[in-house]
Structures are given as structure tokens and as C-alpha cells.
Design a protein around this ligand. Sequence first.
Ligand SMILES: [Zn+2]
Ligand SMILES: [Zn+2]
Length: 173
Amino acid sequence: MRTLNEQVPAPADVGNALIGIRGGSEVSLDLRLEAVHEGILVSGIATVEIAGECGRCLNPIGFKYGADIQELFYYEDSDEFEEDDDVDQYWVIGDHMDIDPVLRNAVGTVLPFQPVCRDDCLGLCNECGANLNDDPEHHHEVVDPRWAALAQLSEAATEDVATDKTSDEREEK
Ligand SMILES: [Zn+2]
Ligand SMILES: [Zn+2]
């Protein structure tokens, strides 16, 4: 049995459009490597830096996530070893184990598709895009639809006055 405590560069492009492992960050490996009959059992915690943005208010999100790792890396000559692309299977190559796909699986599968900065994030105003978390009272006067036509008329009238000159010119042509 060996322990492995190391910082390694994070694998690139883990996650989705909104959230993932922070590019260029480091992963803290705190792992135990145990020799078993068919291979090497790797278990422990890989701590990664997650970065992304809230799917509701677009504010940045950042936190550390400790991914539980427990995978058996088969020896290449193990009887259990199957060349099957459908099953996630890891193996010891020479004296190397590639932890990258294990990390991708352990982190990629737990990332939310709709990350939020907090569960009760109020998001953005549909009308103007203001962040409602900053001002929960924020709202717009809703014009009664029966008055909306009238409001449009009065807007049109105001525009007519403002564009009077241009419409005169147009008539002349
Ligand atoms: Zn938010
Ligand atoms: Zn608004």
C-alpha cells in the first residue's frame, strides 16, 4: 500500500458551458494505492477547483470540490481485463496509471447542468436584465392591456410631433 499526496495540473475542458474545473488550476490528490490481485486499487479524494456562472443571474460561481475516487486499475495481463469500450475500465500501463479519465468521470458526472449561485437565487429581470438579488423589490409597472392601445396612440402622437418636419419633407417629394 502506498499513499500519494500530490498537486497535479487539472485536466482541461471538464464540465459543460456553464460550469467545470477551472482551467489551469491544480488538483490536490490525496490517494491510496493498494496492490490487489487483478491490479491496483486507487481510492481517496481529488480536490478540484470549480468555476462557472450562475444559470439564473450569471454571477461567477467558484468553490472547491472533493471528488471521491475509487477505481481499480487492472494489470494488462489480468484475466478480468476486457477490451470493451462501453465499460469504463482503467489499467496499469507499464508502471503508469492515467488518472485523467477517472477525474473527468468523478467530476464531470456531478456537475449540475443548471448551476445556481445559491438555491434561492432570484435571477435577472425579464424586462431589463437587472439582477433581482440586488433589489428583490424590483419590478416594472405593468400597463393594463386595455390601456396599452391608448398608450401606443399617445406615443405615436408624440413621435408625430417630433418628426413633423421630416414627414413634411417626405410629402413634398
Ligand atoms: Zn444567481
Ligand atoms: Zn427590470
